[in-house]
Structure formats: C-alpha cells, structure tokens
Design a protein around this ligand. Structure first.
Ligand SMILES: [Zn+2]
Length: 475
C-alpha cells in the first residue's frame, strides 16, 4: 500500500513537471497544491501543539510540577532632563507598584474568552505567571528618553530640487515623483535663505507629470523664486530599539528590564516588547494609568513569546480577531491580552502553556526568574511521574517507599538538593536533572544528609537512583 502510494506521488511529480510548461497550467497546479497544503494544515493544527498540553496549569494541577513562575523586573525611568523630566519621577513609586499590582492581577485572574472556538480547551483561571518589581532606577538622558522624534535630513543628496513656488496658493513644485515619499508627508524645510527658510507643514501631496506638487499650510510666507532645495524631517522611531538595554544595562540578562521612556512627538502611550530581556513603554503620562497597565501587560506578553491574535499563534485561538482598540464582544473582537481590544483580560491555555514551556526549556530565560532562588520544599508522598520540564523547588524530598520519575528536565535552583528517604527511588527515565547555574548539592540519602563531604552516588544511594535510556544527572 505504501509503496504504491509512493509510486503515485512519483508519478504525480512527473505530471507536475510536464504541467509546469505552460503558465496557465502552472496556476492550476498551484491551486491544487495549496488546497492540499490547506487540507494538511487543518489536519495537523491540533497535533502540532500537543507538546504544550502538559504545560497547561489547570486548577487541578499540582503546584510542585506546575509552579508559579515569577519574572524579575528592573524598572528604568528615563527622564528628558532634570528640570523637565517629562516622565515618571522618584515620586512615582506608588504609580509603579499599582501598575504591577494590576498586571499581576491580569495574569492571575484570567477571564473566560469572549470569542469561542470549536473544541475549546477548558480555560485556565490562573496563568501561574507573576512579575516582581526588584529594582527601580532613574536616568537623565534625553536621547534615551526620546523614542519617536523627527530629525532634519542633512544629506543634501536626498534634498528635493525646487522647480517653482506659488506663494498665493501655497504650492511648491519639486523635481521628480515624490508623492509616495512618506517622509515629507508631515513637514518640510526650505534650504535657501532667499526663500524664507523655515519649517512648512505639508497639507497635500500630488503628482504633476513627472514632478510633485506640495500644498503647504503656511506656504504664503514663501517668496516667489525657483531655486533652492527642500529638505524634510525624517521620523526616527526607536520604540523597539535595544539602545537603552545596551547603554544602561550592558545587555544584562538577569532581569526583564522595563524602560519607561518618552517622545518629543506628542502621541498617545505606546510600547514594544521585542526581547525576553527588555521592553519599552513610552509617554505614560499622556495615558490613563489602567490603560497603561493593559498596554504593559500586552508588551510583556510579547517579551514572554506571544504574538498578536489577529492571526492565531496556537490552535486554541480564533482564526480572526479584529484589531483597533475596540470593545471586546462575542463575535469579532476578543478579550485577549495579545489583541487590540479594551478588555485585555484573557490568555488561552496554549498561550499560557507556551510561556511555561519556554521558561523551563531555556536556561537564559530561567535566569530571569525568582524561582532560581526558591527556598521551598516539594515532598513526594505518592509515586509521581513528571512528564514535562519542571522548574523545581529548593528541596525535593522523596518519602520512604515512594518514587519520583523524571521524564524530561528537572531544573534545580541555586543550592538545591534532592533527598531520598529509605527505600525511595528517583528514576530518571530519559530525562535530565540539572541546575542551570551548576550550583546544587546533588542527591543525598537521608542517612548521609549531614555529611557534606560524602560523594554524590555514594554506596548509600546508588540502589535508589535509576538512569533509564538517556537519563542523566548533571552535577
Ligand atoms: Zn503588540
């Protein structure tokens, strides 16, 4: 059956090659091909994310194998200058604390989805994701503060030659077709003192044969002349840039750095979360405090690995989600934190699972968590099997006659230890037990716990630890 299928595929390939000879046929082939691809995709869409299912923290899931992850934040406030900070100040700590109280609440109290999908997974009430404001620092730095600005184009090669000026109608004709030249849509600068240098607002751009007509709002101040050049202000948008992360933290990866910045162009609050190690939030003073928290929760979502919901990242998201800072509803606009809606209080089970999966699979990300300094204990009182990566607690105690089977990664925090009581077992079945910072105390039997010099895998415990297949303990 399989070989005949293969033959059919080979045969079809041949047919395809023959068909490719004519353009019309090519389009037909493409249509058939995309149909096959579509069919294939919809079939595999659910299976594609099966690996995330063990990471969904349903209410019934144990906190030992599904712990809360807490991300350490370092807040940086960039002020324009000392006199006019145009941003938060040292008096804003209350504002900051309130922000993260709200943001933690969004992630803790997930609301049901407004847009339902077929085969909806049961929704998760608590994402088990939290944020801790660890440090707040202030920087006075206008360049770091200014995320969106206009600067004059000084490269004269890019200036535009003036062909004619009509002050009465406020019109300038410039050489070449520049109507698609987005940079001059806002304002221009005349580079010829005879013509009254200055900044002029462009009201309209149009084409005239091979040239461009600019209609200016304040063009009547111009002189009638036909020489000189028009320069313009180009927009510099550093919303997503990493310059502040480089300049103020030296690309530090121990925190998620939140930069509160500003903009010399007056726009409503905006932000960008391009990295798990930093995000920018700008112009918060021109925004409502609660809306700023919603915006920040969204940008943090990007830092955690989530994408916008207008095209679904996972199989448990609706196929479309209308964007535009709209009220959420039950037909077109979701209430997803990663959408552009006014609710922003839902995350899907797979969105949440993906975050847990990422932070338990990547040592760099694990390093931003307070979990690496965990002081708690997990007590294994029934035979337990961990089939996913688990971010462990400081001490794992396997009680007498009990067993813990590790099938993926078990991540041990700083100075962590695994303690085996009499006749208990640790079975590492194709899994890996390790500490990303390589500073843990290893596995001890309870009998030897006080003896710090006793070697790991001593004769005391070797009959209690089982390595199966590629199972490994890194110590
Ligand atoms: Zn976004």
């Amino acid at each position: 059956m399989i070989s005949s299928l293969l033959n059919t595929i080979k045969f079809k390939k041949k047919v395809l090659l023959i068909q490719l000879r004519t353009k019309k046929k090519l389009i037909q082939v493409f249509k058939i091909f995309s149909l096959i691809v579509l069919f294939h995709d919809s079939n595999s869409l659910i299976g594609q994310y099966e690996y995330l299912h063990p990471y969904i923290p349903y209410d019934s899931c144990n906190f030992d194998s599904h712990p809360i992850i807490e991300i350490k934040l370092w807040i940086h406030i960039l002020q324009k200058d000392k006199k006019n900070p145009e941003n938060l100040t040292s008096d804003s700590l209350k504002f900051i604390n309130q922000q993260y109280k709200w943001i933690n609440n969004f992630y803790k109290n997930i609301k049901p989805p407004t847009l339902k999908i077929k085969n909806q997974l049961h929704y998760v009430k608590d994402s088990r994701i939290r944020f801790l404001v660890d440090t707040v620092t202030y920087h006075i730095n206008e360049n770091g503060w200014d995320r969106i600005k206009y600067i004059k184009e000084t490269n004269s090669q890019r200036w535009m030659k003036i062909l004619a000026i009509n002050p009465d109608s406020g019109i300038i004709e410039i050489e070449g077709v520049r109507d698609r030249f987005a940079l001059i849509q806002d304002s221009i600068l005349i580079e010829n003192s005879l013509l009254n240098n200055g900044v002029y607002k462009v009201a309209n751009l149009s084409r005239k044969k091979g040239n461009t007509i600019l209609t200016l709002i304040n063009g009547s101040a111009l002189k009638k002349d036909t020489s000189g050049y028009v320069s313009y202000y180009k927009k510099i948008d550093k919303n997503c840039h990493k310059d502040n992360w480089i300049n103020f933290t030296n690309e530090n990866k121990d925190f998620l750095h939140v930069f509160y910045t500003g903009s010399s162009v007056s726009v409503p609050a905006f932000g960008c979360g391009p990295s798990p190690f930093f995000l920018n939030i700008s112009s918060v003073l021109e925004n409502g405090a609660f809306a700023t928290a919603q915006l920040t929760a969204h940008e943090i979502g990007h830092c955690l690995g989530l994408r916008h919901t207008n095209t679904p990242q996972f199989s448990d998201l609706p196929l479309t989600d209308q964007f535009g800072w709209l009220k959420c509803n039950n037909s077109t606009v979701s209430n997803n934190i990663m959408g552009y809606n006014k609710c922003r209080n839902y995350l899907s089970p797979l969105q949440i699972a993906y975050i847990h999966y990422r932070y338990s699979s990547n040592n760099d990300l694990y390093n931003t968590l307070t979990n690496k300094e965990n002081k708690d204990i997990t007590i294994i009182t029934t035979p337990s099997v961990w089939e996913k990566n688990v971010i462990g607690k400081k001490r794992i105690l396997i009680k007498k006659n009990q067993s813990l089977t590790v099938k993926k990664h078990l991540i041990i925090p700083n100075n962590g230890i695994i303690i085996l009581e009499k006749n208990s077992q640790l079975i590492i079945d194709n899994g890996k037990v390790y500490a990303p910072n390589e500073n843990w105390k290893g596995i001890r039997t309870k009998r030897s716990i006080l003896n710090f010099f006793k070697k790991f895998f001593s004769s005391n415990n070797e009959d209690q630890i089982f390595l199966k297949d590629d199972g490994v303990v890194i110590y």
